[in-house]
Design a protein around this ligand. Sequence first.
Ligand SMILES: C[S@@+](CC[C@H](N)C(=O)[O-])C[C@H]1O[C@@H](n2cnc3c(N)ncnc32)[C@H](O)[C@@H]1O
Length: 442
Amino acid sequence: MTGFEKSTLSLFSSGGLGDLAVRQAGFDILVSNELLKDRHEVFHNNFPQVSCISGDIWEKLDEIEAETRRRLNGKSLGLLYATPPCQGMSKNGRGKLLNAIRAGKKPPLDLRNRLIIPTMELAKRLRPEVIILENVPEMASTFIQDSSEEPINIVDYIRKALGPDYAGCAEKVEFADYGVPQRRQRLISVFSRNAELKAWLAIGGSFLPQPTHSCGGEGGTLPWVTVREALKGLPELDAKSRDTATSEVPFHRVPVLDSMKYWWVKHTPPGCGAFDNQCIACGYSENPAHKASRGANGINKASLMTPLFCQECGEMLPRPSVERDGNRVLMKGFTSAYRRMVFDKPASALTRNLSYACSDKKLHPVQNRVLSLQEAFRVHSLDHYNFNWLRQDGKQVSDKTIREIIGESIPPFGFQVILEHITDILNGKHHPESNAGPLFCT
Ligand SMILES: C[S@@+](CC[C@H](N)C(=O)[O-])C[C@H]1O[C@@H](n2cnc3c(N)ncnc32)[C@H](O)[C@@H]1O
């Protein structure tokens, strides 16, 4: 039995994928808030014991506080788990942001988008023992405007809002390092007023456990789990027709590609992108590949010089193209579009566009299609959990909602490993060998 409270308030819960890890690590989620109803219905179906307060956190602050207090029944809150989205954050430095706002080049940030503010308001009201925030790695160097309209680094804002009772730290995590077949980096910030956690911080301890996996299996770790291992055992699919694009396995189906797109994908070799495809008419294989370079503004720009027609025989190459003024021209696109994943590496981060062949590295390593949702579940470590995608009326949510929930969440299995490490620290089981250095410490 642990000596700290496990009661949890979950904010920005979406469908609850992160909450799967929270629950599995032994926390008891009492209350959840999420803006979007369809996502929250999925959450509610999977966490029926939780009081779900749907709607805008700004409007629901008092209700969230009251319901949490009611469920706590006099006890104190153990964990506040919050994953606010990143709108309203700016990666520009403080001076740059202020100058841009003063010069009228940037409007003052919309208060409603600064979702860390209501999050901290609830933290101040409920004073949880531990606060865990999860966001994009850029959050550490992000500025927001607080109520005084002065830009402030977001981690400084959190520290200021919580006051001296709390100590905390933000650390960058690579989920592939914890056995997830996906490269995905996030920033996990942990703030606490718990004596054990503060003592752990004071000796420079990390909230991240030792990685269990690494790229090549260095230092006694296992090699990263690959796409090949994740997709093992599923029937082949082909995006050519409805018949070949579906299977008996639930969610193991893919969108049918129109004949032109299918032609590009079909001729894309393993590990390559369709923009580099070579001539299938004469076999010439030296047509220039699609290149990208950084423009003066530092933003990647795809080459406009990439040929669409074979330099040897003049036939059209199976490269992404569009019709313009009666001519076929190369489609505007980055080198990562219409690109295959690699079998022997983890997948790149799953996004809400995971079913679109034109999006970054979304093609199956060898089959002519994108990943199925069933495969995305595995790549996102959902196969470790019981989870259903049903609305309150028992109907399944749309594929779009499923993609959005996955694309905006972290792989729960990796998060669970981290949470178990944190509960070990809370239980006084320090891990002096843990040496993953904090990115930013307060
Ligand atoms: C990064 S996602 C959360 C991911 C989630 N924790 C998970 O594990 O799947 C952020 C969520 O915040 C929700 N959100 C955005 N604005 C909100 C608001 N004003 N009030 C409450 N929730 C909001 C979004 O709808 C989205 O589902």
